[in-house]
Design a protein around this ligand. Structure first.
Ligand code: SF4
Length: 370
């Protein structure tokens, strides 16, 4: 079973932390979706006979796209791929785009899951991030989505924002829980070069929170959400039982996926492909670049994605895929982390326990094969 990702790169304004591929303005939406239709045709053989299990509109801001254009893409995909087994169709949305009429239209075209970028319920924090919605709009968007019949709602949050930990973060978590969302993604802020925050950091007017604060906030998020019945199943992801994000799980499990649109990535089980990160060049038909993954790349990717999940690495599975030599080496390297409890080893599974997952990148780096 495969995943289909469709990238809508347009935004109304740029958030201070964002380094995703995006462009301001929506005037080129129809030209872009025409180009995406052409790409669907070109790549109709990409997944072979594999049926599509999940569809995902990401961005940018897909909720700026008129429903008829989204529907056209879904219909086109259904004509060229087997979409009879689709289990989940997600659209990333900004709260202030979700009018009742828009939500009804999304339901009618088959969107059954919303991933809403709320980020915080603190209006000062939202202003700092240059988000275009406020807390009241976020609450209303979730209520309206429920009224429109959405039963699978994910909320995105950001923590680790200087000046907005403590009570601000606590209030955001409490209000998120009051919404009754099925899924919560909580990301630690990263200050990336080229973003507004990055530029302020270069000027010395914006500093990242220090390590202890990061750890305390991660612990607060973990404890609050797991106490409320959420399963912390991946570094940044929490779900009510049975409500894990199926599309993202495909990336972590090494399943095939086809990415359509500028900057979208694809994986056919052997090679990775990525589209040009330019709307102009994408519309002009620039073909994707290709990278064939070596055994070492596949092994490192496997270690990285699995150790970021609650399930960790099943060493029997690792051995079957990569052989005993690589797996033994991995066990040996991981043993350096056993003493501190950062990595656990039981029943032939290597895990990073959820409360320590903030450290996962540092751990994983040491386990890579070079
Ligand atoms: S965070 Fe989302 S809405 Fe904000 S600029 Fe980035 S892609 Fe656009």
């Amino acid at each position: 079973m495969a995943g289909l990702y469709l990238h809508i790169p347009f935004c109304k304004r740029i958030c201070a932390y964002c380094d995703f591929f995006k462009e301001v303005g929506t005037a080129r939406m129809p030209v872009l979706t025409d180009a995406m239709h052409r790409e669907l045709e070109h790549r109709r053989e990409y997944l072979g006979e594999e049926p599509i299990r999940t569809r995902y509109f990401g961005g940018g801001t897909p909720s700026l796209c008129p429903p008829e254009l989204l529907d056209g893409l879904l219909e086109h995909a259904a004509r060229i791929f087997d979409c009879s087994h689709v289990e989940e169709t997600t659209l990333e949305a900004n709260p202030d785009d979700l009018s009742p009429a828009y939500l009804d239209a999304l339901r009618r075209i088959g969107i059954d899951r919303l991933s809403i970028g709320i980020q915080s319920f603190d209006d000062d924090c939202l202003r700092l991030m240059n988000r275009r919605h406020n807390a009241t709009q976020a609450l209303q968007a979730v209520r309206d989505a429920r009224n429109a019949g959405f039963e699978n709602i994910s909320v995105d949050l950001i923590f680790g924002i200087p000046g907005f930990g403590g009570d601000s973060l606590r209030r955001t978590l409490d209000r998120t829980l009051e919404l009754g969302a099925e899924h919560i993604s909580a990301y630690h802020l990263t200050i990336e070069p080229g973003t507004a925050f990055g530029r302020r950091a270069e000027r010395g007017t914006f500093d990242p929170v220090d390590e202890e604060v990061s750890e305390a906030e991660f612990a607060l998020v973990h404890e609050t959400l797991t106490r409320a019945g959420f399963e912390h199943y991946e570094v940044s992801n929490f779900a009510r039982p049975g409500c894990r994000a199926r599309h993202n799980a495909a990336y972590w499990n090494g399943s095939k996926y086809l990415g359509i649109g500028p900057a979208a990535h694809s994986f056919d089980g052997r090679e990775r492909h990525w589209n040009v990160a330019s709307v102009e060049r994408y519309i002009n038909g620039e073909p994707p670049e290709t990278e064939t993954l070596s055994d070492r790349d596949r092994f490192n990717e496997y270690v990285m994605t699995r150790l970021r999940t609650a399930e960790g690495i099943d060493l029997r599975d690792a051995e079957a895929r990569f052989g005993s030599e690589r797996t033994d080496r991995l066990k040996k390297l991981a043993s350096a982390w056993l003493q501190s409890g950062t990595v656990t080893f039981s029943d032939r599974h290597l895990n990073i326990p959820a409360p320590k997952m903030l450290l996962s990148d540092a751990v994983i780096e040491t386990l890579f094969e070079t």
